[in-house]
Design a protein around this ligand. Structure first.
Ligand SMILES: Cc1cc2nc3c(=O)[nH]c(=O)nc-3n(C[C@H](O)[C@H](O)[C@H](O)COP(=O)(O)OP(=O)(O)OC[C@H]3O[C@@H](n4cnc5c(N)ncnc54)[C@H](O)[C@@H]3O)c2cc1C
Length: 386
């Protein structure tokens, strides 16, 4: 057991940090307040080798590890929190599921444009009546000729993505669920009225009105649900890494502020009430960090990591958010103001307690692991409408 980065990991972290300092430090505040996903950064991230880090080189990626991807997302977030969105999109979640299950032809048409920094992908999973209960999804894939017609609606994804990994139902039950690749703008594909998250990022409902999907655009046929959801394990690592990195960013800013800012004729750091706050923040931050690194490095070693990922997400989401909140308190009115990035990190990290599996769903999952029993969340069969 060794709790330090390897020499290669230290070098990689230094390289990413230097890249971020040179290219992303300037404009970080403005970028956070821009509405749209920062897609213009994708080609630069591609050139730096920061897209598809975990994807094998023969499939257009960098052939690195999940820990490398975690290091990348942390180092970018610590300099420019918003830019870490690009690392998330190009390394965790939908892109990984796509890379894992795509046919060579799908890799060429869907994956490569993402990895080259030309296109943006999003997952379209949540529906108006299927949030945490993902398997209640109703978007249907009806056979038509040798392809399928997709009908239904999704909520909450980035409305400006070029392609969507869409969870669909080929038949009844969990076994009927699979996924298809859809392009924004396909015939019958409509983006609804945009709304905004608390972070300022837009989302919009997507409507599929008998969109035709040729057989070669089916990613996972019926029976693919477990594979899709296991792709979420990696999404959760990215989600957790960003949440904690946002917290660390705020911790660092608040620490600098406490060293400089004087009240009652002395720097804030000399007040014991704040010192203890920092001591607790630091302790929780490092505890969450260890859970995250354990989950990522064990996943790299091929060890079963679902519960480790769940605990890492649970802890990093909560600690990350708490650190952003405490940093606002330390920085007073300035922390609460849009002149500092702290309030952005606070608003943004709140969403990760819901996205990618809510804290409650993480706890449900852990409880099953602890008791080695499945606890159905549904009413007993006799009361169920199913
Ligand atoms: C910032 C952000 C980005 C998102 N991006 C995407 C995206 O790109 N693509 C996409 O498809 N979706 C996206 N989502 C949607 C996200 O996946 C859902 O919000 C999430 O799954 C929860 O579903 P819901 O909002 O319908 O809440 P609900 O499922 O209605 O839950 C409401 C509350 O009840 C709790 N709850 C529900 N069931 C249980 C239970 N059995 N036990 C205990 N508590 C329970 C939940 O934890 C939650 O607190 C995003 C959400 C956010 C906030």
């Amino acid at each position: 057991m060794d709790f330090r980065f390897t020499d290669e990991q230290v070098m990689f972290a230094d390289a990413v940090r230097n890249f971020a300092q040179r290219n992303l430090a300037e404009g970080a505040l403005e970028r956070a307040h821009e509405e749209a996903f920062p897609r213009s950064l994708k080609s630069m991230m591609h050139a730096q080798g920061l897209l598809g880090i975990t994807i094998p080189e023969e499939h257009g990626g960098q052939g690195g590890t999940l820990m490398d991807a975690v290091i990348a997302i942390e180092q970018i977030a610590l300099i420019c929190p918003r830019s870490a969105d690009v690392i998330q999109e190009g390394n965790f979640g939908a892109v990984r599921t796509l890379a894992q299950y795509a046919t060579p032809d799908q890799r060429e048409r869907f994956l490569m444009p993402i990895l080259r920094g030309e296109e943006v992908i999003a997952v379209a999973m949540t529906e108006p009546d299927a949030g945490s209960a993902t398997t209640d999804l109703a978007t249907s894939a009806r056979p038509d000729g040798n392809g399928f017609r997709i009908k239904g609606a999704k909520v909450f994804p980035n409305p400006n993505a070029d392609q969507y990994l869409v969870y669909v139902r080929f038949g009844p039950g969990v076994r009927g669920i699979g996924s298809v690749m859809l392009r924004n703008g396909a015939e019958g594909f409509h983006v609804g009225e945009p709304s905004h998250f608390m972070s300022g990022a837009p989302w919009a409902p997507l409507y599929f009105d008998d969109v035709f999907v040729p057989p070669e655009d089916v990613l996972l046929p019926a029976g693919g649900f477990k594979k899709q959801i296991s792709g979420f394990n990696a999404e959760r690592i990215g989600n957790a890494a960003r949440a904690l990195a946002y917290g660390r960013y705020c911790f660092n800013e608040a620490r600098e502020y406490a060293l400089e800012r004087k009240q009652f004729g002395r720097p804030l750091c000399e007040f014991q009430g704040l010192q203890w706050k920092f001591s607790d923040m630091k302790t929780e931050m490092e505890a969450a960090q260890l859970l995250l690194y354990r989950a990522a490095s064990n996943a790299d070693r091929g060890l079963p990591a679902a519960d480790e990922t769940t605990m890492a997400k649970l802890m990093c989401n909560q600690v990350g958010f708490k650190l952003t909140n405490e940093a606002i308190q330390v920085m007073g009115g300035l922390g609460y103001s849009q002149e500092a990035l702290i309030e952005y990190c606070f608003r943004r990290s709140r969403g990760w307690m819901i996205a990618g599996g809510s804290l409650e769903m993480m706890r449900n999952r852990l409880a099953e692991n602890i008791f080695d029993r499945r606890f159905s969340q549904r009413p007993p069969k006799s009361e169920s409408t199913e």
